[in-house]
Write a protein that binds this ligand. Structure first.
Ligand SMILES: [Zn+2]
Length: 257
């Protein structure tokens, strides 16, 4: 996410005051800061945060607030993804502070939020393009740029962990099809960026080499042309394949782990 979301309903505060949870403020060697709320302090978390911030080149004083909560992103076969089961952090663009509130995939979320905080996001139209064939009944969240942010976060995460990109792409395709299969006959309604995070990202993914080289266009017109020509055939194919797929219980974590 790029902005605070509404899922938590006091969950973070509750975790923070739970017995056994303590706060630790750590000055990292590279100049960053970690504020960690956890039941069991593990120095490896601070070392990994320091290494990631240095690798990503964040400025001195950049602060990671990390709530080490065990809260896996699982959904049942008949369950639709929600803010509660998808998101793991937030920040503001061009800020020097990020928040990560799940231990699951905390490093992938850290990278994602650093992209927002450093202002590395790419522009994207706020509404689905006509070529993507949504109907008036479909309601999408406007932060479609999250698809780029997440795609590049996963690419960097794979580089950091030496995960082959084709393995990551397989996981993206699996999740995209599982989610499309859950929709089938009803309108697409989402309370967080489900389409951007799981479907739009997966259809941009095979074009990542093209995107690295050519960017996403200098003008709105260039962006629309590219997003239609690259996305639409992939999206049609995924929707078609999803028709014969049975939804199953799944993890919504964006890296397979
Ligand atoms: Zn985001």
């Amino acid at each position: 996410m790029s902005q605070p979301n509404r899922w938590d309903k006091g969950e973070l505060a509750k975790f923070q005051v739970a017995s056994g949870v303590k706060g630790y403020a750590v000055d990292l060697l590279g100049g960053g800061k970690l504020v960690l709320f956890t039941e069991h302090y593990d120095p490896r978390i601070a070392r990994e945060t320091d290494a990631l911030l240095q690798w990503l080149g964040t400025p001195k004083g950049f602060t990671v607030n990390l709530w080490w909560r065990d809260d896996p992103r699982r959904i049942a076969a008949n369950e639709w993804p929600t803010a509660r089961t998808v998101n793991g952090g937030w920040t503001y663009q061009n800020s020097n502070t990020i928040v990560v509130y799940r231990s699951e995939e905390w490093d992938r979320v850290l990278i994602h939020e650093v992209i927002h905080a450093m202002g590395w996001d790419w522009e994207m139209p706020a509404k689905p393009l006509a070529c993507w064939k949504f109907t008036d009944a479909d309601t999408l969240q406007p932060a479609l740029f999250e698809a780029w942010t997440e795609l590049y976060a996963e690419w960097l995460w794979c580089a950091w962990h030496n995960v082959p990109w084709n393995k990551q792409y397989e996981w993206q395709l699996y999740q995209a099809k599982q989610i499309l299969a859950r929709q089938k006959t009803t309108a697409w309604v989402e309370e967080t960026n489900v389409f951007a995070y799981y479907v739009l990202k997966a259809v941009l993914s095979p074009h990542i080499g093209f995107l690295w080289i050519y960017g996403n266009g200098r003008t709105t017109e260039e962006r629309y042309t590219m997003l239609c020509s690259l996305v639409q055939p992939e999206l049609d194919k995924l929707r078609e394949e999803a028709r014969s797929i049975k939804p199953e219980a799944m993890s919504l974590r964006m890296t397979k782990g």
